[in-house]
Design a protein around this ligand. Sequence first.
Ligand code: CTP
Length: 401
Amino acid sequence: MLKSKHIAVYVSGGIAAYKSLEVVRALIKQHAEVQVVMTKSAQEFVTPLTFATLSTRPVLTDNFTPQSSSDDFIPHIKIARWTDLAVVVPATADIIAKMANGISDDLATTSLMATDAPKIVFPAMNTSMWNYPPVQKNLKTLEEIGIQVVQPDSGFLAEGESGKGRLVQLPVIMDAIESKLSSDQSLLGKKVIVTAGGTKEPLDPVRFLGNNSSGKMGIAMAESAARSGADVTLITTVNYSSSYRNLAVVKVDSALNMLEQIQNRFEKIDVLVMAAAIADFRPLHVATQKIKKTADNDNYTIELTKNPDILKTVAKNKINQFVVGFAAETENLIPNAEKKLKSKNADVILANDVSNLDAGFNVDTNRITLISHNAHPDNWPLMTKQAVADKFWKYYLKQGN
Ligand code: CTP
């Protein structure tokens, strides 16, 4: 259930900092994506390199110097948007005080304040500090503003004393993380179809006309919906095996094949997301045997016929279904996408300029403009396809669905 979840692990400076290495390792083992953020004092206990090695990502610290020209200059906003869940482990009295009082004097506290994601704090400190009334007051404030505080254990402390203040054990930390994430079941009960990949239009038994679509955007849409509890069917031309119990895969090849699979299910679904790159034309004649080259013939002409517009065909009959199209454009992005919104009877078009190298076909990022009927076009920043997917489902829910 942690697969592909974006978990930001904030490490503050206490002796228990070394224990959060185990947390990062356990999260990575469960295929979560982990971004570690360390305070200055945490780096006195464990080096960023150790966390970077375990999390397979550079650790964010207060070094605001971009490492490369593509790095973001505002890392606290970037990490804030990226995060599905923020955990502060260990949480010192200092970081707890800052979080409770709106103090943001380093990257960790600024990012924690900037993120809307749910947060869990795992305190670890000396018993006397734990019992100090202002610390207790700050913990109460955190709980009042919706931040979960996991009470520390009692036992032997690093300073040689015994009492309350030990960081809880790894299984307790992992349980808290899992149950926090599983509480986002915002799409539970929704039936969703997502299409992905480029269609393959047969020419003869061994050849087809195809395109370069990787299916990444559609797969991200399907997985994101599945993580939020939707019952998802991914109708796709690409090889993909689902590791989600609630994400079924239907393999198709041609546009006609894809249309049939959607029509079989359309009546019963709540949302259709057409992320597939569908060939507008298919060979008119499909040879029953492999087409041979002949000595007298240097050119070969293939006659094409129009494929149905799948989105338009199914959206014509929509009752309550929410229908989402994509628009791949190389010029006049917004006017062209607005035309598609109306002509195809879609509820939303996610438009992207595929002439940009960092958006569209075969890359992991996308830059979307959301086009809908009653609002101005909404330009989203360059984001990973997964972030686009998560943002889209949040938008969908905000529409009152
Ligand atoms: N689409 C579809 N059936 C087609 C072609 C496209 O359902 N035969 C869907 C795509 O899945 C996408 C949307 O329509 O959600 C827009 O696709 P796009 O390729 O941008 O536009 P086209 O309608 O093909 O128009 P054009 O190629 O002229 O831009």
